[in-house]
Write a protein that binds this ligand. Structure first.
Ligand SMILES: Cc1cc2nc3c(=O)[nH]c(=O)nc-3n(C[C@H](O)[C@H](O)[C@H](O)COP(=O)(O)OP(=O)(O)OC[C@H]3O[C@@H](n4cnc5c(N)ncnc54)[C@H](O)[C@@H]3O)c2cc1C
Length: 322
């Protein structure tokens, strides 16, 4: 189907992507009086990994004016982390208050809702947010970015601006175009994760902590959520992970562990039942396992950019619908 041209859009700044990086950048700029147009490919709320925030996010949320909305959302307050790491198999906990008296907690957020709150906050600050708008190219004149080309439903258009910010996450649109992306040879990881009901939580006062356990090939995470679900994931070096996915499929991967050397993690997962399908964050060339949305993420170093568009170490490419 031929795309129908839509009227050109103009702004001072175009932000590509409405994740936390994009919405934060857009809100900050709008508060300085800039006219900001944010183009987001998805329609929110959309799925996203990354639930366990750190206290350093709280002053940023405060400055954005979105902290009250986050506080009212019912997300679990997270006071620290519990770990089983290395040769010592005894779980130990640490607490943010030990190093941060002012912000002794963070949140375990449900990202579809959290990201929506941030994007709505951008709108409330005067950002023109257009969801369902996929940027397909960044336009350059004399080696300066002057706008973008986008598609939306059955239309195609051009938006022009003095500045373009790439906040497209691990897709790193601009990083791809300018071939700026660099592989980090150390962080060649693959994560398989999913959301589970019935996973055993830690005892109070650690019941809202993130729980992390290492095993010979990597580590597991448990993140309790206010929905009653637990985000469970296994991080493994890319090669070992791909081999495992090929051999035994992804479906039980996040809850496995004893055979790999994990101890606490498998016990906590004994009664866990997966809610939606597991997801994998894999290496390039890894086949998307059946029934699984596969992400392939690479570091992107495009500038100017915000969020994972610039600093991500994970690899992500959506290869099948969610
Ligand atoms: C396995 C894994 C576990 C993680 N766990 C945690 C955690 O526990 N805690 C934590 O703080 N972080 C975690 N992270 C990191 C966290 O997910 C990211 O840092 C965060 O989402 C980055 O935000 P962002 O705005 O840069 O990118 P994103 O949140 O990915 O947002 C980018 C947006 O850009 C849009 N977009 C992409 N391309 C285009 C385009 N061409 N046109 C228009 N829009 C586009 C996308 O739809 C998306 O909405 C984890 C990451 C991974 C991979």
């Amino acid at each position: 189907m031929a795309l129908v041209p839509s009227a050109d859009l103009t702004a001072d700044v175009i932000v590509i992507g409405g994740g936390p990086g994009g919405s934060t950048t857009a809100t900050m700029l709008a508060r300085q009086g800039w006219q900001v147009l944010l183009l987001e490919r998805e329609r929110f709320p959309r799925d996203h990994i990354g639930e366990s925030l750190l206290p350093a996010s709280i002053p940023v949320l405060e400055e954005l004016g979105v902290l009250p909305a986050v506080q009212e959302a019912g997300f679990l307050q997270k006071w620290g982390a519990t770990m089983v790491w290395g040769t010592d198999k005894t779980p130990w906990s640490w607490y943010f208050r030990e190093t941060n008296q002012r912000y002794p907690h963070a949140y375990q957020v449900w990202r579809p809702h959290f990201d929506q709150l941030l994007l709505d906050n951008s709108r409330a600050h005067g950002v023109e947010v257009r969801e369902g708008h996929q940027v397909v190219d960044v336009l350059f004149e004399d080696s300066r970015a002057v706008g973008v080309r986008y598609t939306a439903d059955d239309t195609a258009g051009i938006a022009r601006a003095r500045f373009v910010v790439d906040a497209s996450g691990q897709g790193a649109l601009l990083g791809h175009k300018l071939q700026l992306r660099r592989w980090d040879s150390f962080f060649q990881n693959l994560a398989v994760y999913g959301y589970f009901a019935g996973a055993q939580r830690l005892s109070a006062p650690d019941n809202t902590n993130i729980f992390i356990e290492s095993y010979p090939h990597g580590w597991f995470w448990h993140i309790p959520l206010h929905t009653g679900q637990t985000s469970l994931g296994a991080v493994v070096d890319s090669r070992t992970g791909q081999e495992g996915l090929r051999r035994r499929g992804p479906q039980r991967q996040p809850v496995r562990g004893r055979s790999e050397g994990g101890q606490d993690h498998p016990a906590r997962c004994r009664r866990a039942r997966r809610s939606p399908p597991s997801r994998a964050c894999g290496a390039p060339g890894a086949p998307a396992p059946r029934g699984l949305a596969s992400h392939r993420c690479r570091a992107g170093e495009a500038r100017p950019c915000a969020g994972d568009g610039g600093s991500g170490r994970w690899r992500a490419r959506r290869s099948s619908g969610r």
